[in-house]
Design a protein around this ligand. Sequence first.
Ligand code: NAP
Length: 259
Amino acid sequence: MASRVCDSVLVTGSNRGIGLELVRQLVDSPSSPLQIFAGCRDPNGPRAQELQELAQKHHDVITVVQLDTDSVASIADASKLVEAKLNGSGLNLIINNAGVNIPGSLAESGTQEMVDVFTTNVVGPMLIAKNFRPLLCKAAAQVPHQTSMSCRRSAVVNISSILSSLTTCADNFNLCPMYPYRVSKAALNMLTCCLAEDFKKEGILVISLHPGWVQTGMGGPQAPLTTAESVSCMMKVITSLTEKDSGTLLDWEGKSLPW
Ligand SMILES: NC(=O)c1ccc[n+]([C@@H]2O[C@H](COP(=O)([O-])OP(=O)(O)OC[C@H]3O[C@@H](n4cnc5c(N)ncnc54)[C@H](OP(=O)(O)O)[C@@H]3O)[C@@H](O)[C@H]2O)c1
């Protein structure tokens, strides 16, 4: 039997798009985690129906957690709920997937657009890392014979974007100017670098991962990748991460991208 992806995982923004597919493929995998915490900002709303149906089908594995990553109180409450459900164990993996895009040229982008996108795409993942750090540390410490880093031990995956890349901005800027989104994802990458350094001593791996251009509400129908294709590739990348990957930006096929 294949070894488990990890014992426990939290996916943010898991009610639709890439997040929902992550939960679906995690639970359908023969090496499914024992506990999947599916974060969702409105678990009882119409947009969470598919997730709720999936969670009912796999009620022994999936716990839907109210988690609005824009809200400090919601993050704190979610971390308490996850801690209680883990019953003394640590949390192995966090996939910071929740994200927003307010497409905007310079003329269309003002304070509100910048702050709103930054709040979800940068502040949210930072507060999640801060609040869940004790659970990640506990997971890292619970693998006494394994000192190397991996998602089975303890890891944070920040879902970034190729549009974050300073190096390739000139190649794709005119296709999608998107000031708030690009700036926020570049900042998310810096968060990845800071966390990777900060969490290294505790054995927690941190990366940024670009999912490709994917058919979702955000990616649109013309995107070349389905959520199933993107996520099955990302799962291979996530499960084969090692120490050398921490603090890097990879794409869905595991290729290294320039900052
Ligand atoms: N699709 C692409 O081509 C593409 C390319 C590069 C990177 N990405 C990244 O991939 C990630 C997932 O994107 P997607 O394409 O799946 O987008 P999506 O279909 O628009 O889904 C976004 C998800 O994030 C959730 N979310 C947004 N703000 C939230 C908040 N404050 N708290 C909790 N959840 C929140 C949404 O929940 P609600 O239903 O409540 O709004 C939804 O579940 C994002 O980080 C995005 O930047 C996507």
